[in-house]
Design a protein around this ligand. Structure first.
Ligand SMILES: [Zn+2]
Length: 298
């Protein structure tokens, strides 16, 4: 009888597992990763779509109200959202997602950043003072972020820690196998000379050993002038390129200009989940990215 009473008491006292963890992701790639790692224990909102420029969006009231109710904020960091995220955090009035809180997660803190500028000059467009924030273009970076994010979910929602651990292990295994497959598919791209419109692809190029020979934007984030473009055209006479890459969210005017003047092939890459019809999750994002690059070299 005593045992039964204790048992009934324990049912009353034990708090129910946390309701679903509400996640506010700044970009679609982190929303997609959250779904991979959190399954049905999380609800996920993405502040931007794959066809929006994550550098510049409006901290509009609908976003603020989503941020107000979030348990976990997942963004790239490294200055990518500097134009809108601080305002959004402040207006949300939500202590859980302020810097330093357990609900504040910046993916770039878990990878090694490249392109760290040696000198800073704001006139150089949206120079990212902390380094190149476009980390989602390499699956190796996503692996690093996944490990940290899985741990964070376990910390925030400890009642479901085993669930997150298991999902994290499962994701790691599938992701590693996919990386091996992608590297095989992309082996022929090694050393390929490429022009980029915006400096978005450093991590992808490091991973697949593509060679960046020119950037169309003289100032990052600022559309190039005809003078800038002519300079690139001259440079390409000495160091020719096979492809010119631009992200689906960007207007392709500069890329199209170059294609009109040369026989370089244009490739529009999705850049993130939702950047095109095929890229519905992280796996299909890289399936599609590699396929587009390989097809363009045929
Ligand atoms: Zn940028």
């Amino acid at each position: 009888m005593k045992k039964l009473i204790y048992f009934l008491l324990s049912l009353v006292i034990t708090s129910p597992a946390m309701a679903e963890v509400s996640i506010f992701a700044c970009e679609p790639e982190w929303a997609a990763l959250s779904r991979q790692l959190g399954g049905d224990k999380v609800t996920v909102f993405s502040a931007t779509t794959g066809l929006q420029d994550p550098h510049y969006i409006q901290a509009r009231p609908s976003l603020i109200s989503k941020a107000r109710r979030a348990d976990l904020l997942i963004c790239t960091g490294a200055g990518l959202e500097a134009a809108w995220l601080p305002l959004l955090q402040r207006k949300s009035g939500n202590p859980a997602i302020q810097e330093g809180a357990s609900g504040y997660f910046m993916a770039s803190n878990y990878v090694r950043l490249s392109d760290i500028p040696t000198s800073l000059d704001r006139s150089q467009g949206h120079v990212h003072a902390a380094g190149n924030p476009h980390i989602q273009t390499s699956p190796l970076n996503i692996m690093q972020v996944a490990k940290a994010l899985s741990q964070r979910l376990q910390d925030i929602d400890s009642a479901n820690a085993d669930f997150y651990q298991q999902r994290g292990d499962d994701f790691t295994q599938r992701w590693q196998a996919a990386i091996t497959k992608w590297q095989q598919q992309a082996a022929q791209l090694k050393g390929l000379p490429v022009v980029v419109q915006h400096n978005s692809w450093s991590y992808l190029f490091d991973w697949l050993k593509l060679k960046k020979v020119a950037v169309l934007e003289a100032k990052p984030g600022v559309p190039p002038t005809i003078n800038d473009l002519n300079k690139v055209l001259n440079q390409l006479k000495k160091t020719p390129a096979k492809l010119v890459i631009h992200a689906a969210y960007q207007p392709s005017r500069a890329t199209d200009w170059l294609v009109g003047k040369t026989n370089i092939t244009k490739v529009t890459l999705p850049f993130t989940v939702g950047g095109n019809k095929q890229s519905t999750d992280l796996f299909s994002l890289f399936d599609n990215t590699i396929q587009l690059l390989v097809d363009a070299t045929k």
